[in-house]
Design a protein around this ligand. Structure first.
Ligand code: PEP
Ligand code: MN
Length: 364
């Protein structure tokens, strides 16, 4: 059961933050120097950001890169909190990180994508959090597109008694070069939201896009889908950043991005929208009726194949169906990939039903 773990979650509200607006977290990928941290924090504060992020331990793919400034960074974050009044957020990956972060009064701890994929590390972090019920913890999706692993990571943190819990969607690793640094696969956070509606989910357009120009469109898409907030990398001098140069923007550019974003109302129901939704309901009913008719014919075919000792799956016919339907769908303005997955699912169910007929008869 997933629900029990998340029954007592509390909303992620902070004093001085508008609880109806999306939560915006911004700051550098890494804390590098005291000057860089303070200058960036002043910059993001000036454009209205209230939560400052900075990585002080950096999980790098290969050794030899900049692996973070370590404990020293906590002192700079304490200055940001004290002198600029910002809330602070850092990444934790071990029990020592958690202990140091709690000691330094960091407001939000996030768990990175590589750590979220490792149940041992997640349990170690959860154990270190036990008893600290007021801290806020955000868990990024694991690097691989595995919703159960993500939910498991969240369960371990909730199981430690953390009530202020959220998730961050930062996309999923794929092999090779693509438009996105990490593929969004939006259906995964959408399904997470369906399964745990009370869990706030933020989007990280910086690590998802991997490029400055993708931050605005990804952010808008996330807001349109009802994400609870954004975590965006911002650096006072991005071109000289020690990590993730290509995806960091200056506080000024961050301001432009935030100003172009349209924050839509969550629930807007008008009479016209209701009428259009009635049409959608009718289309869905028609689809279901056609599908059920198709399955009836398919079962008749199953019976015929059984009586004539024919194989259930006939590859040539399947390939032919896929090709023709995809071609037609494209002409009708439906994406080829979408049509292929619909036809795959329908065919799979047809085969399952025909096999049931065949097995039913052998069982008799
Ligand atoms: C980060 O936020 O700096 C980070 C390392 O991100 P991720 O875990 O998403 O790769
Ligand atoms: Mn980064």
């Amino acid at each position: 059961m997933t629900t029990n773990y998340f029954d007592d979650l509390q909303p992620l509200t902070f004093d001085g933050l508008d609880r109806t607006a999306p939560m915006i977290i911004a700051g550098p990928c890494s804390a590098e120097t005291r000057e860089q941290v303070l200058e960036t924090a002043r910059g993001v504060a000036a454009v209205g950001v209230k939560i400052f992020r900075a990585g002080i331990w950096k999980p790098r793919t290969k050794p030899g890169g900049f692996e973070g400034i370590g404990l020293r960074g906590l002192l700079w974050l304490a200055e940001v909190k004290r002198d600029l009044g910002l809330l602070t957020a850092i990444e934790v990956a071990t029990r020592d990180h958690v202990a140091a972060a709690l000691d330094a009064d960091i407001d939000i701890l996030w768990v990175g994508a590589r750590t979220a994929a490792n149940p041992f590390a997640m349990q170690e972090i959860a154990n270190a959090l036990a008893g600290h019920h007021d801290v806020t913890v955000l868990v990024k999706n694991p690097v691989n597109p595995d919703l159960e692993l993500w939910i498991g990571a969240l369960q371990r943190i909730a199981g430690a008694g953390v009530k202020r819990l959220g998730a961050i969607h930062r996309g999923f690793s794929t092999y090779g070069k693509h438009l996105y640094r990490n593929e969004p696969q939006w259906y995964i956070p959408i399904e997470l939201h369906r399964r745990i509606p009370q869990l706030p989910i933020l989007c990280d357009p910086s690590h998802m896009g991997g490029r400055r120009e993708l931050i605005a469109p990804i952010s808008q898409q996330a807001l349109d889908m009802g994400f609870a907030g954004l975590i965006i990398e911002s650096h006072c001098n991005p071109d000289c950043a020690l990590s993730d140069q290509n995806q960091q923007v200056t506080p000024e550019v961050l301001n432009l991005i935030l100003n172009t974003l349209v924050f839509r109302q969550e629930k807007q129901t008008t009479e016209n929208l209701n009428l259009l939704r009635q049409q959608i309901d009718k289309c869905d009913n028609d689809l279901l009726e056609v599908l059920s008719r198709r399955m009836r014919v398919s079962r008749e075919i199953g019976q015929y194949k059984l009586e004539h000792n024919m194989q259930v799956v006939q590859n040539d016919r399947y390939a032919d169906i896929m090709e023709r339907r995809t071609g037609l769908a494209t002409e009708m303005g439906i994406g080829a990939e979408c049509m292929q997955s619909i036809m795959r699912a329908i065919h799979e169910e047809s085969v399952r039903q025909q096999i049931e007929i065949v097995n039913g008869s052998t069982a008799l």
